[in-house]
Design a protein around this ligand. Structure first.
Ligand code: BG6
Length: 488
């Protein structure tokens, strides 16, 4: 285990991500004893010229979220660990000052020079990643060691957030710029969906259960849907969103990561590299996306946002079918669907099985066997299956085998995605982070489609806020084989 002083530097400390996600996650880690006050110091860095106390006041209100039972003394104690340094993202001066501050803390807290750890969390827009990484590399590296495996002591790591580029070329450029400065084991690319409890459960579910092993293939599965819905629009983020759109914001990263875990082959072991090798392989087996297997939508009123251009062609909804060219999945459509301003907020995976051959019960009336993994809200897994309708008649009905986390694991706290992922960065576990070749393979799948949309060759269909999205999307799913089931 690693001990010794740990400095966590949140760059972009006054931004939304830092306030809403990064600092609260650090606070919860602190409350659970993962950030011991005798070892840890947290630095906020941003351009705004404010004092330590002003930063503390800005983040204080975000720390006690709905799931927090921590008393307010904890908040005050935690905030004592937070300091602020202001500077620009490309000035030597700012980063030299930051380095001085970190070093002062290290000297005060560390008896062993070699064990100092520096974690840089870039809660920043990607346009400044290269310059910030250059500054860190030049001025703020752990002084005693450049890079060693964690068990030898100190390290410097950088955590970066999506979007990692806008297409294949820009992502590759970004990767090589950062890659010249840091080695891959020092770079943690966050996709927060990988920190969600039920996403982390996918490996266990698939590879530790005899039930699923023989069924998880083209012989038994008809289609797979991976769905993300939000019941609010791009409020306040129109400027960012319009440049990226729903495919870059949700599908190319979050849904594609889930897709990998559903579709990949069994890894040789649980070592991060083995898992990530399998993800890359399945991504590389995805066939080019066909235009007729894409539906785009834009909610009515999206362009009313003053930061969105009047003629914006950006989709806020998309359904895209992915097809895998391999022995397990040939012919099985993976329907990836994401939308903003829809009728509900939900993220789920729906694995739909083929009909029973030679059916004597007319099961098709009730629908098919379906295995649903609900990532949020209210984590759950349930299997829809046909049973006898209780009673004197011999008729059938569709029912559920249901594992709802709230009921089954009462009182067990499910950690926030960011909390878990930040802890992984400290523990040097890259399993739930995106590797460079994985990122490249993900962009390869979507770049041709994205370029066609960007060039105005494909246009989104308008849909009403609070609806299910364009009706064409349901038609496309049905055409791909999805059968609406009853019940849940
Ligand atoms: C972010 C997207 O990555 O994920 C947002 O940029 C989206 O647009 C969010 O709202 C969804 O995350 P979650 O964890 O609330 O499903």
């Amino acid at each position: 285990a690693e001990t010794g002083c740990l400095s966590i530097i949140v760059l972009g400390a006054s931004g939304d991500l830092a306030k809403k996600k990064t600092f609260p996650a650090l606070f919860h880690l602190y409350c659970q004893g993962f950030l011991p006050p005798n070892e840890v110091h947290i630095f906020g860095y941003a351009r705004t010229k404010i004092s330590d106390d002003e930063l503390r006041n800005r983040i204080r209100g975000y720390l006690l979220g709905e799931r927090s039972s921590s008393p307010s003394e904890d908040v005050s104690e935690f905030l004592k660990l937070v300091k602020y340094v202001s500077g620009s993202y490309d000035s030597a001066e700012g980063f030299q000052l930051l380095d001085k501050e970190i070093a002062m803390h290290e000297i005060s807290k560390s008896s062993q020079e070699v064990s100092c750890r520096r974690l840089f969390y870039l809660a920043l827009p990607p346009s400044v990643y290269p310059s910030v990484c250059r500054m860190i590399r030049k001025y703020c590296m752990n002084k005693y060691i450049r890079y060693f495996p964690a068990d030898l002591g100190g390290w410097t790591r950088v955590v970066v957030e999506k979007p990692f580029g806008k297409d294949l070329d820009s992502a590759e450029l970004l990767s090589s710029q950062i890659g010249e400065l840091f080695d891959e084991p020092q770079i943690y690319r966050i996709d927060h969906y990988l920190g969600k409890e039920l996403v982390q459960n996918l490996l266990v579910l698939r590879f530790a259960n005899r039930f699923f092993l023989p069924l998880w293939n083209r012989d038994n599965i008809d289609n797979v849907q991976i769905v993300f819905r939000e019941d609010f629009g791009t409020e306040g983020r129109g400027g960012y969103f319009d440049e990226y759109g729903i495919i870059r914001d949700i599908i190319q990263n979050h849904l594609l990561q889930v897709f990998c875990l559903v579709a990949m082959e069994k890894p040789v072991s649980l070592k991060p590299e083995h898992i990530r090798d399998e993800k890359v392989k399945v991504l590389q087996s995805v066939l080019p996306i066909k235009d007729e297997e894409v539906v785009l939508g834009q909610y009515e009123g999206y362009r009313d946002d003053p930061t969105v251009p009047d003629q914006s062609n950006t989709p806020t909804f998309a359904t895209v079918i992915l097809r895998i060219h391999n022995e397990r999945w040939e012919g099985v459509p993976f329907i990836l669907k994401a939308g903003k301003a829809l009728n509900s907020r939900k993220a789920e995976i729906r694995v739909q099985f083929k009909d029973v051959p030679g059916d004597i019960f007319k099961c098709e009336k009730q629908g098919r066997n379906e295995f649903v993994i609900r990532l949020q809200p209210s984590e759950a897994m349930y299997m829809k299956l046909t049973v006898k309708q209780p009673g004197l008649e011999m008729s059938t009905v569709q029912s559920e085998l249901d594992l709802s986390y709230k009921q089954r694991y009462q009182g067990v706290m499910i950690p926030e995605a960011y909390e878990r992922l930040i802890l992984d960065t400290i523990r040097c576990d890259q399993q739930h982070f995106v590797r460079r070749d994985e990122l490249k393979a993900a962009w390869e799948i979507f770049t041709p489609l994205l370029h066609r949309i960007d060039n105005g060759e494909m246009k989104p269909t308008p849909y009403q806020q609070g609806s299910r999205g364009p009706t064409e999307a349901d038609e496309l799913s049905a055409k791909a084989g999805y059968v609406q089931t009853h019940g849940y």
